[in-house]
Design a protein around this ligand. Structure first.
Ligand SMILES: C[C@@H](O)[C@H](N)C(=O)O
Ligand SMILES: C[C@@H](O)[C@H](N)C(=O)O
Lengths: 159, 159
């Protein structure tokens, strides 16, 4: 698994927008991202997991810090989409580990999450693709996180 | 944007495990995925967005239908991790649109979500990477979804 991860990437100019209590019916997500596209907001991550209450979902997406207010205005403008609350958190950073051929994410995820935990870094959001695991953390810890992950995956020697 | 998306992929043998009320402190995610790795469970998507209540998070991950029970047993065994509820939903399918060079996800996401909404297909989870947007839907709609997305992105002509 150490050999599977080939690199660590990060981006620190991110703001996280969370929409709580989004009605869980077809068309709502389309409306949210239609408005953002219309406003020309550059959306990076989109993450929707499962909220506990039936019928309502939470959707998180990231934009550049510069565009956070414009993103919020776009989803709040005009006819209500029906979400109960919107929250913006600036000062987040995205950190990713990249591994071509990760068969299961569990082992690579465990190493990544444990390395962050050992430095007391809290994971604020998680998203994966076939070749990558990305987390959002507090931006002030980004250097610490990247160094800890290089060490955890044995990437230091390659430097 | 139509030209940006080059393909639609899907996988229908997925089960979604949702953990609600996961304590939001460093080390908890590491413990969850450490147990899954230990049990040899093949985890595909991992999605954590933001729960409304401070201090608690919801984490969703997908496994093959065959391994759903083993995954649940692994996170419930031994010392408690502290989550309040675990829920398994079989019969989900993952559908993805792939687009190299997607600058902003908002436009591609809008087209994808609107195409699914037009068929009455509800989006149960969302996750993105630089080149892909993936959603979880009810497995019975997977053919309908894939066909609708091919049409929405003008991929039919290429067939
Ligand atoms: C919450 C939102 O994703 C909704 N389920 C939809 O399909 O649009
Ligand atoms: C919820 C879980 O991700 C927690 N925040 C952690 O860092 O482990």
């Amino acid at each position: 698994e150490q050999r599977i991860v080939s690199g660590v990437a990060y981006s620190r100019d991110e703001a996280r927008v969370a929409l709580f209590g989004v009605p869980d019916s077809p068309g709502v997500a389309a409306e949210i991202f239609g408005r953002l596209a219309q406003a020309g907001v550059n959306v990076d991550m989109i993450v929707q997991s499962q909220a506990r209450r039936e019928g309502a979902q939470n959707i998180v997406f990231t934009v550049t810090e510069r565009e956070a207010q414009r993103a919020l205005d776009a989803v709040r403008a005009g006819a209500s989409i029906g979400f109960e609350e919107a929250q913006v958190r600036r000062d987040v950073a995205k950190v990713s580990v990249i591994g071509i051929g990760m068969r299961s994410h569990a082992g690579v995820a465990h190493t990544m999450f444990a390395a962050l935990a050992a430095k007391g870094i809290n994971i604020e959001a998680i998203s994966t693709s076939e070749i990558k695991i990305s987390v959002l953390i507090d931006a002030q810890y980004v250097e610490l996180a990247v160094r800890a992950l290089h060490t955890a995956y044995g990437l230091d020697a390659a430097a």
